[in-house]
Write a protein that binds this ligand. Sequence first.
Ligand code: NAG
Length: 215
Amino acid sequence: MNMLSALLSVAALSQLVAASPTPPKFGCPTQDDVLQLSPWQSQLYVPPGEKPSAIVLGLGVQNYTCSSETGLYVSAGARAALYDISCQYGSPTFATIVEDAFVQFDDENFNLDSPPTSGLVGSYYFTTTESGISPEWDFSCYSGFAAFVIGSEVGRIPAPTGSPNDIDWVEWTNIDGGLARTMFQVETKGGQPPAYCPAGSPDISVKYAAQYWLF
Ligand SMILES: *[C@@H]1O[C@H](CO)[C@@H](O)[C@H](O)[C@H]1NC(C)=O
């Protein structure tokens, strides 16, 4: 077993997914888990009364195209495999799970077309909507029913790590699907493009890891 699989193997329990109505319950109960958000910001907040229904680890890439006008990389969506980490919540490994997974995954030849399956519960990708492209969390391949949600951004803050390598923390609200009402990308690691691109640079994909909390 490679290290990434070992890290995620606790989450394999979650593959005992019972047939349940949306939102699906993977792994361990999450309704009492608390998403830690800094009180020194007002961009990200959990709407009153909403409870977490899933906590997943995303391992994947952020895509960028080079704008020849500005010489800057522009976000062009992302793609990630989603692993259930609800059972690690409250354990000592939870605090560093994103960082640990990111290091493993940076070392390994992680193939998004056939990611490790232990604890895998869904996919994160971008889909075309009226407003351009929007993020989608899709659990349908693993749950056997149409469990997905498409989001529209409502808030964003720079990663509190202060590292220029880590992508922003983001909140989205549901614009389609029954999987969740509110989605968060937090505890981000990696994913930022180089500061500048020479005109004509090809598209790039930058590895990242993050927690996604679905409410
Ligand atoms: C991002 O790039 C990966 C390959 O690196 C590709 O599989 C994926 O479809 C791309 N996603 C988007 C939204 O462009």
